[in-house]
Design a protein around this ligand. Sequence first.
Ligand code: NAD
Ligand code: MG
Length: 330
Amino acid sequence: MQQNTFTRRQVLAGIGSTLAALSLPDVVVAAGNVHAAAGPEDPLGKYPKPPFKEQSQPWPGLASKMEPQPDHGEKSYKGSGRLAGRKALITGGDSGMGRAAAIAYALEGADVAINYLPAEEADAKEVIALIKAAGCKGVALPGDLREESFCRKLIADAVSALGGLDILVSNAARQQTRASILDVSSEDFDATMKTNIYAPFWLIKAALPHLKPGSVIIGTSSEQAYDPSADLYDYAQTKAATTNFVKSLARQLAPKGIRVNGVAPGPIWTPLQVSGGATMEKLKQFGGNTPMGRPGQPVELASIYVQLAAADASYATGQVYGSSGGAGQP
Ligand code: NAD
Ligand code: MG
């Protein structure tokens, strides 16, 4: 009869030969479980640097059509149960930072609903499959956030599908480069304000009655809030508004036990940038002017979204966490 007990030496020898047979990403995944030292990782060489290939997609763009493909943590994020039993709604959860947050939340044990535009169904399907593969509930709730009635329905649908809500990540946004204010039409301006300012207002109002103490609201702001580009007149001011509402709502909701924080990314490799968010000239050199000399990948912000949602960050509210490769933050 085979013996079921192993000596420590046998176990370690077994782990050693298993690791030897694995490729590097597998080793990194396995490392957390066996405490095998992966060592420090050089952030400079971790991801692609400019120059990037010319590319453009119609708004809102698909991550699956970008070259190189962004890393949202599909293979690299490793969870440890930090959000077990939590229920999250993430707008713009199909791609970019929202997708990285959705994948990480599921790997941390949360059920996750994502909102996106119907044109992004292909990206969204991949995210839902990844959430389900992590053993969590994944709910797809497509629709246009520029409509107040849809925002209310989105919250109601998320609450009913998840059986409640305690994490709201207001992350969706519209960004379209325009060289001059004279090129920003009233329709452009209206679409940017509706998506980036009105939608969070409508979503948070609808969500609030459902948010119990311990719930969190996270807004995606930007370094544009403090250091606006000349060609992002309308977008940049919406990000200043996001940073501002994070701070005012944090004060308003602290007595209810609800924390409100923000994330302020620098240049991150996402569909928003290749579908009108950046000029072709800027895109080809994207991230090259940061001290790290490269753009960030969505997964590099995933742990920030997790940290701000996790119960052990219980004293953090009204904060905006930057991640911008060393470029200007306040
Ligand atoms: P992204 O294109 O992957 O995500 C933006 C998402 O917004 C889209 O996937 C789409 O689903 C959603 N969206 C846009 N308009 C919508 C509408 N009317 N209705 C419903 N959904 C809509 O790009 P991203 O860069 O990951 O953007 C996520 C957030 O990050 C945004 O708030 C953006 O302002 C912010 N941000 C991005 C960068 C960057 O360099 N990529 C830098 C700073 C801040
Ligand atoms: Mg998208």
